[in-house]
Design a protein around this ligand. Sequence first.
Ligand code: NAG
Ligand code: NAG
Ligand code: NAG
Ligand code: NAG
Ligand code: NAG
Ligand code: NAG
Ligand code: NAG
Ligand code: NAG
Length: 742
Amino acid sequence: MLPHILARLGAISLLAVAVGGFEPNPAYPNVLRDTSAAEFTPLSWNQAYALANATVAQLTLDEKIGLVTGVGQFTSRCVGNVSPVARLGIPGLCLNDGPAGVRPTKGVTGFPPGIAAAATFSRRLMRARGVALAEEFRGKGINVLLGPAMDLMRNPKAGRGWESFGPDPYLNGEAAFETVTGIQSVGVMACAKHFIANNQEHWRYGLIAEVDDRTLHEMYYYPFLRSIEANVSSVMCSYNQFNGTSACHNAGLIGPNGLLRKDGFQGFVVSDWGATHDSAADNANAGLDMEQPGNYIVIGGGTFNSVLGIGSLKSDVNSGTVPPERLSQMVARILASWYRLGQQSGYPAVNYDAQHSDGSGPLNLNVSVRSDAHTALAREIAAASAVLLKNSAGAPGLPLTASAIKNVAIVGKDALLPNLNCGDSNQCDDGTMTIGWGSGSNSLQFTVPPSTALNQTFVAAGSVVTTSLSNDVTAGAKAAKGKDVAIVLVNAMSGELGFYQFVNGNEGDRNDLELWFNGTGLVQEVAAVCSNTIVVVHSVGPVHMPWTTHPNITAIIYAGAPGEQTGPGLVDVLLGTVNPSGRLPFSIADNETSYGTTIVTDPGFPIGFPTIQYTEKLLLDYRYMDAHAITPRFEYGFGLSYTTFHTRRLRSPPQAVRSCRGHGDSQLYLGYPSSAGEPPKVLRGFEEVPLAAGASAQVSMTVEQREMSIWDTPSQSWVRPPGMFLVYVGASSRDIRLTGSF
Ligand SMILES: *[C@@H]1O[C@H](CO)[C@@H](O)[C@H](O)[C@H]1NC(C)=O
Ligand SMILES: *[C@@H]1O[C@H](CO)[C@@H](O)[C@H](O)[C@H]1NC(C)=O
Ligand SMILES: *[C@@H]1O[C@H](CO)[C@@H](O)[C@H](O)[C@H]1NC(C)=O
Ligand SMILES: *[C@@H]1O[C@H](CO)[C@@H](O)[C@H](O)[C@H]1NC(C)=O
Ligand SMILES: *[C@@H]1O[C@H](CO)[C@@H](O)[C@H](O)[C@H]1NC(C)=O
Ligand SMILES: *[C@@H]1O[C@H](CO)[C@@H](O)[C@H](O)[C@H]1NC(C)=O
Ligand SMILES: *[C@@H]1O[C@H](CO)[C@@H](O)[C@H](O)[C@H]1NC(C)=O
Ligand SMILES: *[C@@H]1O[C@H](CO)[C@@H](O)[C@H](O)[C@H]1NC(C)=O
């Protein structure tokens, strides 16, 4: 393991004050753990390896091959399986999507995705989400949860950016640590993915990412390092090439002296589905421990069981091309991970069939793993990830008092219930957008859309509700004209390339940053006729919002990708039952050029895979904008609330402010000495500060030695540069309230 020295920065103390008051929302019971979930203490890796080694000694060659090889893309019961060894009580391990809930099956919760967890800036909710996710995976009998995803949102249009935690490596790292810890606390194996530089969908099966060593460590590798520190059970190598070699065949990444193992990774490396582009011997000798899903039909896919005829692991071991000890090591890593989390006893058997996502067929026992606690948590995260971007002073604004509203319009197809049977991974966007599409999506069996939740709320309060649940701008304006309030909902979506490509003309990655279905036109037409227009944006990432300063737009909620409890979560925020505490986990700029990166859509010449050079190095998102003096429309970390929180040193006098109970939050950014070559500011701490109205709290944050270091390529180590560091504490990356130095 890396040296992990705690170095206190001296107490960075701050005082947050709020005056006035609402009560907490009774809809959120203080339940973080389903009491039916198994309680257990993980073994140490040593204990787990002792058990694994003893078992490996009893296995035949065929049994070993079976434990490291996927059983087949169309024959597995889970998204991936390996073969059982029944005589020793080892099941055919079940690996399943995805990072936001079990799919494709029924009876599960559609949790908010990673980007929503990131927007909470709450370690508590990140961990609770991991626990709840894993309780459902366990309930379905799944051994390995294929998540969390921790690929940085290198470009805002990246198709799968919403699966992870945004463009900042520190936030990704902390969220990865909390999620892995939460998942594994209920005995489910987590899988850190996608290793590595898997940052766009176009040409992902073979693009060549070129990342310099320092950028690799400080940016893309950092969340994996934090996952290793959380004792993650497995890591998934990605489809793309890294520095010219496929990730699953890249000893520099996954080999005995590669990145993962040097930092103490003890679990197993599994291929992304079909990411084995080279021979069985190449992959196994490079460090790949498990191949999935077996017989995957994709360009260049060579597999351990040799469906495409590029060698076979068994004959490679027999001929000595792959040493027998190496095969034993592969098996031991898988079994040690299994033993460590206690899965050898009392673990539920698989009770669904991923080959029949509709729940049909004899193998689907239709077990529901939903619970009231999970629903409440999904709703809490939906509300806690909503970012209040605008709330006009003087205007009626938010929160709304429903009983005072005589008539209200709900406008936009994004308010509607979507088709819940849209393929097996939501590749439609024909209603409200709760999550992107693809294997990182979830099975939305239950969704409470905004139209239902808003309508119920206003009807119950005696308001007259008018709706125009399409993006027809004329009809939308007609519905909104003259109303006390018009709530207009718009969206943008993205997802995974592959079997899911081309949704509304977008091939995984978004084509641009515009709202879909002329959302911008709809907002503008509604705002032209209603002087109290509230805009709700559901999106997988930044979107272009040229209308934010329109005087009739009194409030804007960037509700992101909130998962199945989207409607109730939104109502909680609109009515002020919940004080908004979401913060943007990316900047929102008007133009993609403000981000300094692009999606490479050109395959290069001659036909092949493009080489993508990460020339922006450490400068993603706010780091790039700070360095180039670009002012975004809304900066990283930004988010308003209904309370004014004062962040101050202890002796400052409190001020009376408009306020209610809420979560103050504090973000800590570090400015390195200029010789370090770091961006102007880098996120290095965040803390959720629950405060009753009028209360205050002192917050301390600890910055560890590595977090004030840079990766030094010559010495291959983390080195703290000499000189003066600046400490910025504030409410966003640009709203700095306190500064200090050391
Ligand atoms: C990881 O596992 C080791 C035992 O193998 C243990 O000492 C350590 O505390 C664990 N780390 C975390 C973060 O749980
Ligand atoms: C397991 O076996 C490997 C390979 O022989 C060995 O290096 C390792 O020390 C063993 N671990 C334990 C805990 O016995
Ligand atoms: C990848 O290649 C670049 C350019 O040759 C080199 O600087 C870097 O060290 C390589 N990274 C790794 C992890 O090998
Ligand atoms: C599960 O539900 C599906 C769809 O309703 C049904 O076809 C199937 O028979 C059910 N399976 C069991 C074992 O009840
Ligand atoms: C709103 O609720 C009323 C009363 O229950 C119902 O008649 C109407 O269809 C609902 N409208 C929508 C859009 O859900
Ligand atoms: C979008 O709506 C605006 C406002 O009505 C309209 O001017 C524009 O033509 C529409 N754009 C498209 C592409 O439909
Ligand atoms: C704001 O709304 C009112 C209708 O209430 C309309 O008359 C006015 O033109 C709108 N303002 C703008 C700038 O569109
Ligand atoms: C973004 O900026 C570039 C370069 O200044 C410009 O060519 C382009 O038109 C802009 N795009 C949009 C959507 O404003």
